[in-house]
Design a protein around this ligand. Structure first.
Ligand SMILES: [Zn+2]
Length: 140
């Protein structure tokens, strides 16, 4: 179980932080410095909501180098509460347990481990929102 302040300590690239063009009302994730619509550099930082709905998903059986150990795993397209679409790994679920349009929420999880250096990389993943008493929320 992570301390609750982990979201603030995790490097920016792993947080759900986007940029936003106030003129075009476009959200960029991953964040961009420049609006590709109007060319403005006056983009604002925006924290994305951590909840959304599962739009579609796919099971990766032939992963990129370094992720072989984790295959098969699920990658989903999530539509966040503010309408932003992001792609992320889906965790705590089997493909059979997923359904399109189901509620999902972001969690910080181990992305991969480098056996030689002992490095562990963390990042966000999404998991189905549980409708029971939340007992498995303590699982890490
Ligand atoms: Zn713009």
């Amino acid at each position: 179980m992570f301390p609750s302040n982990l979201w603030r300590e995790i490097p920016q690239r792993y947080r759900l932080e986007a940029t936003y063009c106030p003129k075009c009302l476009i959200t960029y994730f991953p964040p961009r410095e420049l609006c590709t619509s109007c060319g403005s550099k006056e983009l604002e930082k925006k924290k994305l909501p951590t909840k959304g709905k599962l739009v579609t998903y796919t099971v990766i059986r032939t992963p990129p180098k370094g992720f072989e150990f984790y295959a098969p795993y699920i990658v989903g397209l999530v539509k966040l509460e503010d309408g932003t679409h992001i792609t992320a790994q889906i965790t705590d679920a089997e493909p059979d347990g997923l359904s399109l349009g189901m509620d999902v929420e972001a969690v910080i999880r181990k992305i991969r481990e480098d056996g030689r250096d002992g490095l562990i990389f963390y990042g966000y993943k999404f998991r189905p929102v549980l409708n029971n008493n939340g007992a498995s929320k303590m699982k890490c």
